[in-house]
Design a protein around this ligand. Structure first.
Ligand code: SF4
Length: 373
């Protein structure tokens, strides 16, 4: 799609707006750990982490990850469980697995350093148009655009785009706009400046237009359309699900199960067996059935001891955790790839999802051990 400047804009306006935004970025950019240099590896890791995640949440994860894997070579040699463990709590774990797979490929194919060739990056797992533009523009000053939630909002307001820039034609428009506004030099800084402006000034609600370097040219500011551009996201239809989580104990050990590599989410991570409770069964009946169906074990259920609530995509899940004691049988792989009997103290060593971590943190406390069993 071709991008056309809105009425009242000219090439000179665009040049002035670029210069103003870059000047603002030079004065106001946040001092973030991945901005210390232009190392493509550090920028790549940060951009992968920042997808769907806030800067504040990413900073400690980035610091720990870089301490463990200071170079792409060290990452490429890492074990997936180690990578998942360091990613635990950030969510969207497919990002971590893709990052590891891409690191292995880059190190094998480009032993002399990370390349600046867009075609190489575009062929890597987990590298979409955003990551490609973000890494190559910031590390190598390639003139490639990026679009994410913050820059999308700034561009839509600046040029007064009336549709939804998140989908269909609007999506094509915003990518074309992001490409058209890029200056010939400092493309990486300009991309970051757009995102930074969206994060700090052109916020979703109550943007601070009085402090904005683009206020003189912004169509939304001129016409008072900040509240309707971009249009609000359609709310998701939330589905409530009641689950049972079965904490199976054999002596001083608890059963942990590894999710399969092709699971819909949390692939290769660990958990206590859990599944939805059917309408026609009690919680304890569900615990017995779920343990048998998912692990092959016969268990004697105890009481419900803990409830963990969490949201996943459009599902609002309430997981009631039931203690159970192993009566008969051995773990059978099938639904799960593997099963291990671990002590409560060892639970911390395994990569698990956030709701499972809540449960396991509770299980690992001595007081909870006494209360649970
Ligand atoms: S003037 Fe206001 S609406 Fe326009 S880009 Fe700046 S902060 Fe956003």
């Amino acid at each position: 799609m071709n991008f056309t400047l809105p009425e009242g804009w000219s090439g000179r306006t665009l040049s002035a707006a670029r210069a103003k935004l870059l000047g603002w970025f030079d004065r106001h950019r946040r001092d973030l750990p991945w901005r210390a240099d232009r190392d493509p590896y550090r920028i790549w890791v940060s951009e992968v982490m920042l997808q769907q995640t806030t800067v504040a949440a990413v900073v400690p994860y980035f610091t720990r990850f870089l301490a463990a894997f200071p170079s792409v070579g060290v990452l490429a040699a890492a074990d997936e469980q180690q990578v998942l463990k360091l990613w635990e709590g950030l969510g969207y774990y497919r990002r971590a697995r893709h990052l590891l797979a891409a690191a292995k490929r880059l190190v094998a194919d480009h032993p002399d350093g990370l390349p600046d060739d867009p075609a190489v990056w575009a062929a890597l797992p987990g590298v979409g148009r955003y990551i490609l533009g973000a890494v190559l523009s910031q590390a190598f000053d390639r003139r490639l655009p990026i679009v994410e939630a913050n820059s999308l909002r700034v561009l839509a307001r600046l040029f007064g785009y009336p549709g939804d820039p998140r989908e269909g034609e609007g999506k094509a428009w915003v990518w074309a706009a992001a490409g058209a506004v890029l200056p010939a030099k400092r493309a990486g800084d300009f991309n970051q400046a757009l995102m930074e402006l969206g994060a700090l000034v052109c916020t979703p609600t109550a943007p601070r237009c009085g402090e904005c370097p683009l206020k003189a040219w912004c169509v939304a500011n001129r016409d008072g359309l900040q509240d309707v551009i971009p249009p609000p996201k359609k709310p998701k239809d939330i589905v409530a699900v009641n689950e049972v989580g079965v904490v199976v104990r054999d002596g001083g050990h608890i059963l942990l199960c590894q999710r399969p590599a092709d699971a819909a989410r949390w692939q290769n991570m660990w958990e206590v067996p859990h599944a939805a409770v059917r309408e026609d069964e009690s919680l304890t009946e569900a615990a017995v059935r779920v343990a048998k169906e998912l692990t092959g074990l016969d268990v004697d259920p105890g009481d419900e001891r803990l409830t963990v609530k969490h949201g996943v995509t459009r599902f609002s899940i309430t997981m009631a955790c039931v203690e159970a004691v192993l009566r008969a049988g051995g773990f059978t792989p099938g639904y799960y790839a593997a099963g291990r009997w671990v002590t409560p103290a060892e639970l911390a060593d395994y990569p698990v999802s956030s709701p499972q971590r809540k449960l396991m943190t509770a299980l690992a406390k001595p007081a909870a051990q006494r209360r649970l069993f």
